[in-house]
Design a protein around this ligand. Structure first.
Ligand code: GDP
Ligand code: MG
Length: 285
């Protein structure tokens, strides 16, 4: 084998990226400058799905940290005995200062490998259409039915989901059981008619690659991270340009401009495609 192939790094980053405070500030300004396509759209609802422990709550906190410039923990991120906290359909607002466009994240654990664990896949589809009332506690064995009090019969535009974000942990993805991937494929099929944009956030990049752990700026030099992203793209069907590797805040006590750059790049894409989708869907209805 040639030496070049066995190198763990590409000489040049395969995705162009600028780092540091200036870039972070530009991204924040860019996000604040995204205009909602119409005034009635008070918030853009984004649904985060992934297995328990994949970093969904940490991603919500990380986005908050990036905007606030300090460590926050509004979305409780912890697990007890490997079971995720999040069984309630709870919205988390991301306030970007005086921006007119607020993003609301809903976090559900729905991609557990076992059939009857996490939120039922049917309920994820209902949430996307806006039928799940905030505060609803998902029951793995009993999907929400139109007769239930938590079923929203006539969802407004602000109840609906305009972007689906799969959150997967880079250090575990290849061990993901086929049933998790099957659930993702099922969701993709069900939401095809909405042309719902789907973005993937690949967390735990520090755990997946020692080079990245040592220096986050090497993320797009790491062959390992690129391979993980390609694997996800093939397994799930999300194109590479919609996959964003991030390192979430988990043990830091201060924010870090480079971590924020990756987090805010993912968020920019999420908001832009969600806003486009809201526009397209309303012009059809
Ligand atoms: N090293 C590292 N740990 C992370 C990262 N993201 C999340 N974690 C940790 O992984 C665990 C599960 O994360 P959590 O956000 O609660 O997952 P959730 O169940 O999907 O909401 C927590 O202990 C986090 O601190 C990351 O990017 N890097
Ligand atoms: Mg959680």
């Amino acid at each position: 084998m040639g030496n070049i192939k066995s190198q763990p790094e590409f000489e040049n980053p395969w995705r162009k990226i600028t780092w540091g405070k200036e870039k972070k500030d530009n991204l924040i300004q860019g996000i604040k400058g995204i205009e909602p396509y119409k005034k009635e759209l008070k918030c853009l609802r984004v649904l985060l799905v992934g297995p328990s422990g994949s970093g969904k709550s940490s991603f919500i906190n990380s986005v908050n940290n990036a905007f606030k410039g300090r460590i926050t923990c509004s979305a409780l991120s912890d697990r007890i005995g490997g079971k995720s906290f999040t069984v309630e359909y709870k919205p988390f607002e991301i306030e970007s200062g005086n921006s007119s466009l607020n993003v609301v994240f809903n976090d559900v654990m729905g991609l557990e490998s076992a059939h009857n664990q996490g939120c039922p896949v049917e309920d994820i589809i209902k949430a996307i259409h806006g039928h799940v009332r905030p505060g609803h506690v998902f029951n793995a064995e009993k999907p929400l039915s139109p007769e239930d009090a938590d079923y929203v019969k006539q969802p407004t535009i602000s109840d609906q989901v305009f972007c689906l974000v799969y959150v997967l942990a880079a250090d575990r993805i290849q061990f993901a059981e086929e049933s998790v991937l099957e659930k993702i494929r099922y969701i993709r099929l069900q939401v095809k008619s909405l042309a719902l944009p789907q973005v993937m956030v690949l967390t735990n990049v520090d755990q997946a690659c020692p080079l990245v752990k040592a220096d986050l700026q090497r993320i797009y030099n790491s062959k390992k991270i690129k391979q993980k992203m390609e694997w996800c793209s093939n397994a799930v069907g999300v194109p590479m340009c919609h996959i964003f590797p991030v390192k979430n805040y988990h043990e830091e006590i201060d924010t870090d401009d480079d971590m924020d750059v990756l987090i805010l790049q993912a968020l920019t894409q999420i908001i832009q495609v969600a806003n486009d989708n809201a526009k397209n869907r309303s012009s059809k209805s």
